[in-house]
Design a protein around this ligand. Sequence first.
Ligand code: ITT
Length: 213
Amino acid sequence: DTIVVATKNAGKVREFAHAFGKLGLQVVSMFDYPNLPDVEEDGLTFAENARKKAKTIADALGQPVLADDSGLEVAALDGAPGVYSARYSGAGATDERNNAKLVEALSAAADKRPDAKDTLADGARLLSDARFVCALALYDPASGKYTEAEGYVAGRIIDKPRGSGGFGYDPLFWLPQYGRAMAELTTEEKQAISHRGGALQQLLGRMELASNG
Ligand code: ITT
């Protein structure tokens, strides 16, 4: 059996493939459907964007589709980059450029904030509290119904990248309770604590409830 995930993000595909693989489901992503339209992510919330991605692709394919809209909310930046996380560094944004921009934006004002005084053993500065948010939406064109879930994980932004796992802002996302950055976790470990893992767990519960009537 397969599940279609409306994403072109290779990091997300890897995480969904890992999670759904355990359930015996194979993930099909937008890399397998290169001719489908790009969905304009103009929603004001993660949930809105997730619903739009799921519905657009599900209507095009005529089958249920799961979508993920996610991002980073940084306290010292009043919640930015938020829904703009993927495009934070502008046109041609890459994970590297987004990370560089984040450290630059936070370093400038860091000296003035009491929460930016702490350092790790390697000298990295803790620049701000932050959280990852993940909104999942599964849309079934046959019923016209959405199943939705949201997950969060709290951490702190560091000014020097650590680790080579994960994707996106993971090398800059410090998890105080684990003493590691998100990019220093295996896919399995990340799944157990991440915004995406939490949202997926909740979604699976809601899907079971739905299929049980
Ligand atoms: P799709 O819309 O095709 O799924 P995208 O990369 O554009 O791919 P989003 O619009 O949801 O996805 O943007 C999410 C951005 O937030 C992503 O580019 C990352 O930079 C960041 N992000 C989301 N989840 C993350 C995670 O688990 N670890 C690190 N960064 C994450």
